[in-house]
Design a protein around this ligand. Structure first.
Ligand code: TYM
Length: 335
């Protein structure tokens, strides 16, 4: 129905390892739905990836369902986008094993996310954490996408995916299409509101704005946002010297569509006292309909089940086609 040979393909995923935050929204999801008529789109909940770090099973189930509701609430129409749960399509794990055998220990060792997570979870540096990028390569290559819309921190993983695909194609011919990362101009790297030199992430909840936060909490987080200690106290875009202000400007620009020059003009001579609450207010208004729609959808479990069942079926159809081709190329005897 949705599969169309002539349409370009877009694919991406998010780990349901925590509640979705403003970084996930501005860096990724916001850009997914915009071109659903033009592209054949696949978006999934990357639950297989989450168990590289210990998860509470009940919480994981709840988060996957909430994330699906949030995808829809953010504007991804399930009739126009294939929305599915990664673990419902076994081809992901199956292709990941094959790709593991075409991925080098050295290249995995260089992955920033592995180094960060290994440092954070010293007592659980498991093999899955290490081979995570080949599972992600499988997620991507199964659907032969043209574009993978992600935030900046995932660029390295899309690049290793291209290296793996190139290596495989070099041996067996053109099996995989070469995917391009699609990284937005504004919002690709939203920083923490409390420590603007590190990216916004759920592991630092004080500086992180969650999509389901209550409006008063969002407003409070922005009022307390760290700006800078220079005496100038003017709203000016300078990533190097004023990272906190630059980050707030990036957020304001991403949610209002205003350019940095417009923003500088709007707050000229006003200091941060007016600016910070204004950014908070704009974010509250952006998140309000998403939160309300998510809550409404979560009350209708039967509808969500219908969406993820249909999504898994469509995704599996496409994924299995690629997997069969790969199995044949490497020499597995057909069943
Ligand atoms: P994850 O779950 O950490 O993040 C999901 C998406 O949100 C983006 N993002 C951000 N963008 C801007 N500013 C931030 N502070 C910020 N934090 C997160 C990420 O870049 C990402 O686009 N490995 C992936 C999930 C994944 C995947 C895939 C993605 C698994 N398989 C296949 C694409 C294709 C991950 O951990 O993203």
């Amino acid at each position: 129905m949705m599969e169309n040979e002539n349409k370009k393909v877009m694919l991406s995923g998010i780990q349901p390892s925590g509640d979705l935050h403003l970084g996930n929204y501005l860096g990724a999801i916001k850009h997914w739905g915009a071109r659903a008529d033009e592209f054949d789109c696949y978006y999934f909940m990357a639950d297989l990836h989450t168990i590289t770090v210990r998860q509470d099973p009940a919480q994981l189930r709840r988060r996957v369902l909430t994330q699906l509701a949030q995808y829809i609430a953010c504007g991804l129409d399930p009739e126009k986008n294939t929305l599915f749960i990664q673990s419902h399509v076994p081809a992901h794990a199956q292709l990941a094993w094959v790709l593991d055998c075409y991925t080098m220990f050295g290249e995995l060792s260089r992955m920033t996310q592995f180094k960060d997570k290994a440092a954070k979870h010293k007592d659980n540096i498991n093999a899955g954490l290490f081979t995570y990028p080949s599972l992600m390569a499988a997620d991507i290559l199964l659907y032969q996408p043209d574009y993978v819309p992600v935030g900046e921190d995932q660029k390295q993983h899309v690049e290793i995916c291209r290296d793996i695909a190139n290596r495989f194609n070099g041996i067996y011919g053109d099996v995989f299409k070469m995917p391009e990362p699609y990284i937005p101009k504004v919002g690709a790297r939203i920083m923490s509101l409390s420590t603007p030199d590190s990216k916004m992430s759920k592991s630092q909840p004080e500086g992180c704005v969650f999509l389901m936060d209550r409006p008063e909490d969002v407003a409070r987080k922005f009022k307390r946002a760290v700006t800078d200690s220079d005496t100038e106290r003017c709203v000016r875009y300078d990533r190097e010297n004023k990272p906190g202000v630059a980050n707030l400007m990036a957020i304001y620009s991403a949610v209002t569509g205003k350019s940095y020059e417009d923003i500088e003009a709007e707050f000229e001579g006003q200091g941060y006292g007016k600016f910070k609450p204004a950014v908070g207010e704009a974010v509250v208004e952006t998140l309000r309909p998403i939160r309300e729609e998510t809550e409404r959808l979560l009350a209708d479990k039967a509808y969500l089940e219908g969406v993820y069942r249909a999504g898994a079926e469509r995704a599996a159809y496409v994924a299995e086609k690629t997997l069969r081709k790969v199995y044949k190329k490497v020499g597995f005897l057909p069943r």
